[in-house]
Design a binder for this molecule. Sequence first.
Ligand code: ZN
Length: 517
Amino acid sequence: MERGTASFQPAGLSHQTCNLPDASPLPEEPGNPRGPARGAASFARERLFVFLLDGARADTIRDLMDAGELRTLRTLVRGGGTHTEAVTCFPSTTGPAYLPILSGRFPGHLNLPGIRWLDRGAYEVRRWSLDRVRSYVGLESFLMNRDLAPGTITLFDHFPGSANIFSPVSSRNGGPREPTPVRKAALFTYAHYTEHWEAVDGVARLRYSRAVQRGAPFIFGAFLALDELSHHIAPDHERVLRVYRSFDRWLGRLCDRLADRGELDRSAIVVVSDHGMTPVERHFELTTFCEQQGLRTFAYPRVYRHWRDAECAVMVSGNAMANLYLRRKDGWGAAQSYDEIEAAHGRLVERLCARPEVDFVAARDGGGGVIVRSRDGAARIQTSGRSIRHTPLGGDPLGLGACVHRDAETSLRRTWTGRYPDVLVQLLQVFASQRTGDLVVSAGEGSDLRYRYEHPEHRASHGSFQRAHMIVPLLTNLRLRPGPVRTADVCPTLLSAAGRPIPAGLDGRSRLEGQAS
Ligand SMILES: [Zn+2]
């Protein structure tokens, strides 16, 4: 087994084509997979495996690995693999944040701007339509494929015969789905009331192993226990840490089986998360706030409230992000710009920004860009061709100063180490969706935006632009080029590893070393 000499860099922003410190040889044991052979990356990978550890924190994985734990992941990146951190998309929430990994495109470009949303056109004219509002928390998750923008292509479309374990979204064309909706609903109901989310991961592992056994060319498995247990207990609770360790041991056994089949070296393996999670100390019920401003407001689960005369809708994701919709005088049909909101609703945005639980608020700029506002002032984001301009308008809520980024890749590099990684590109993409709110609210550290109907109480959140929500772990047996990476890069990177052409128009790019992006 090849041994490396470099070491992990400290917390934060390290991209590392990883060779682990290796003072003591790892014995061959169950849960310790055989490493890939030298030169294994030189041929196309015939099988692609994605393990989506929903809600896994990058720093937790790094800390456990630095402490000598997670031996499978350490072995995975040894001898040619990569351990890095990636920036996810906005909103950093389950479901929409799977899309960049599966399709290489941001959720705003696929018209899925949150785990809950309102469709203005449908709300205005189709009173009995199923498409007026949506919450993917619960049975409506089975509509997620149907809600994708026409023409959406995912890895499931590229590799027929693939397996989808527990992801609510797979392909616009339907795509594979395991377990069946009835079994999934029964299992989730059991886990919801017993808090035994480890059982759901157990079923995911069983089905993933079977899909490996039957030779599925691409397998995407969502492992949900980390997310659920973190929400209800705490992201750093010992029970949550046991889920990381247990996953690692199971992955080791799976890799051993792949090695026995002679397939490990010809497989691309990616372990990634869709968002981080942070503890919540304060719940800010945004719906109540809007009602207190005199707006007739509805939100899930009471979406039929103010059936005939609603003025405002609050759709929370994660629970640290919200799409907030405001009815125009002439109806719901069209979105409002920042200036129109200011003219129609007086001090609404100012009062929202004054709340300590709100980090910042964003809205469409009449000129086609985005306006960001917080207690620290306002800023304008505009595009011209491929370039992105950020202009402070009194204060600097994003802390970027006046700047012009040549393109999205430059913007990623310039914002990678900052408080809000990739914030300009991510704000622009989310407002590309016609289902995005008139206002987008990003919660501050320690806060979320929903309480009244959240049972059990959420003790951790995600969804916002907070760095700890946006930065996720990315580990793979592929060698990636050094530099910042997005989760949207996973799809084209896997296509590249498999020797497939990369479709035009993706938001991500292949980061595979030695290949053009
Ligand atoms: Zn998630």
